[in-house]
Design a protein around this ligand. Structure first.
Ligand SMILES: Nc1ncnc2c1ncn2[C@@H]1O[C@H](COP(=O)(O)OP(=O)(O)OP(=O)(O)O)[C@@H](O)[C@H]1O
Length: 309
C-alpha cells in the first residue's frame, strides 16, 4: 500500500521555482532517503506534506487522503521530526510528551501511560523529570522521535534527524529508525550523511532544484552516472615516476592518484577490463594488496547533483 504519494508537486516563492513537477511515493514499511544539495527543496516538500505550505501545483496523498485539500484529516497520519524545535521551559519531558498526547485527543490516563511508554522506548525514563533543554543533543532528538510517534502514525517524516550528533547518538537513532521500520512504519528521511542513507534506506531519491535526478535502491544508483570503477593498489614502495606513467597509460585507465605507497586507479566500466588491469598490475608491480571497488554513493551524488553547474 502507498502511504505517501507526491504527484507533480510544484512550488514557487514569488518568481523562484523551488519545486518543479516532483513525483515520488513511499510504500508501507519502507525507508526512503530524500537527498539533495542545500536548497534543493527537501524541507519545502516536507512542509507541503505536513500542510505548512500550499503547493503552487500538484497533489499529496497520505494513506489515500488528499493532504492539500484535507490537512486536518491527514494530521493524525504522520509524525514529524523537524530541524528546528523547542521545549516549553515549564515542562519536564514526561509532561512534554503528555502534552503532545493530549493534542492528539488521548484521554488523560491514556496520555500519561503513552508518555511513560514513549520514555521507555526512547530509553529516557530515568531523565523524565528534566526539561528537554537540559538533555544532550542525542537525547533531545530521541524526545522528538517520541513526540512524533506519540499517536502511533503510519508515516514518519525525519528532516536531518542526526545532524550534529556524535557517532554513538547517531547509531542509537538509527536503531530507533530500524525498529520503527520493523513495525511497518513508512519513513521519509532527509539527510546529508550518505553513509546514513546507505545504511538505513530501502530506496533513495536524489533531487536537485526541485526535480528528481536519480532514484533507486542504494546499489542501483550507479546506473545514472558514467563514472569509473576503482582499483586500490598497495605497493611495498612509493611508485616511481615511470611506474606512475605506465599505470596511467594502461588501456581504459582514466586517472591515478598516489597517496604514499597506495595508488588509486580510476578506470572505465567495461567488461573484463578489471581482470586485465589486475593481471598487468600484479605482473609488473607485485603489489602487497589490490582491491576493486564500485563508485560510492557519495561519488554518484556529486556526479548527479553537479551536472549543469
Ligand atoms: N518561506 C520561504 N520563502 C522564500 N523562499 C524560501 C522559503 N522557504 C524556502 N525557500 C527557498 O527555497 C529553496 C529551497 O529551500 P529548502 O529549505 O526547501 O531546501 P533544502 O533542500 O531543505 O535545503 P537544506 O539541505 O539546506 O536544508 C531555497 O532557495 C530557499 O531559500
Amino acid at each position: 500500500m502507498k502511504v505517501l504519494e507526491v504527484k507533480g508537486l510544484t512550488k514557487y516563492f514569488k518568481s523562484q521555482k523551488v519545486l518543479d513537477d516532483l513525483n515520488f511515493d513511499l510504500n508501507e514499511g519502507e525507508v526512503l532517503g530524500f537527498l539533495g544539495p542545500n536548497g534543493a527543496g527537501k524541507t519545502t516538500t516536507l512542509r507541503i506534506i505536513t500542510g505548512l505550505y500550499q503547493p503552487s501545483k500538484g497533489q499529496v496523498y497520505i494513506a489515500g487522503i488528499d493532504a492539500v485539500t484535507n490537512p486536518i484529516k491527514t494530521k493524525g497520519l504522520f509524525g514529524v521530526c523537524t530541524q528546528d524545535f523547542s521545549f516549553n521551559a515549564h515542562y519536564n519531558i514526561e509532561q512534554d510528551l503528555y502534552f503532545y498526547a493530549r493534542l492528539y485527543g488521548l484521554p488523560r490516563k491514556t496520555a500519561w501511560e503513552k508518555a511513560r511508554l514513549s520514555l521507555e522506548w526512547a530509553d529516557l525514563l530515568e531523565h523524565r523529570k528534566k526539561n528537554g533543554d537540559h538533555l544532550s543533543g542525542g537525547m533531545r532528538k530521541k524526545i522528538l522521535f517520541a513526540r512524533a510517534m506519540i499517536n502511533d502514525p503510519p508515516l514518519l517524516l525525519l528532516d536531518e534527524p542526526t545532524t550534529g550528533l556524535d557517532v554513538r547518538a547517531r547509531r542509537e537513532l538509527w536503531e530507533m529508525i530500524m525498529e520503527l521500520k520493523s513495525r511497518g512504519k513508512s519513513i521519509l528521511l532527509t539527510t546529508h550523511y550518505l553513509e546514513e542513507a546507505e545504511h538505513l534506506c530501502d530506496r533513495i531519491l536524489i533531487i536537485k532544484k526541485g526535480r528528481v535526478v536519480a532514484e533507486g535502491k542504494p546499489g542501483e544508483l550507479r546506473q545514472y552516472v558514467d563514472i569509473a570503477r576503482f582499483l586500490t593498489v598497495d605497493l611495498k614502495h612509493s611508485p616511481t615516476p615511470e611506474e606512475q606513467e605506465w599505470l596511467c597509460a594502461l588501456p581504459g585507465v582514466r586517472d591515478c592518484h598516489v597517496r604514499g605507497t597506495t595508488v588509486e586507479v580510476a578506470f572505465d566500466d567495461q567488461p573484463q577490463l578489471a581482470g586485465e588491469l589486475v593481471q598487468k598490475v600484479c605482473q609488473r608491480l607485485q603489489p602487497s594488496n589490490i582491491s576493486l571497488r564500485e563508485a560510492s554513493l557519495e561519488e554518484v551524488f556529486l556526479e548527479v547533483t553537479g551536472r549543469g553547474e
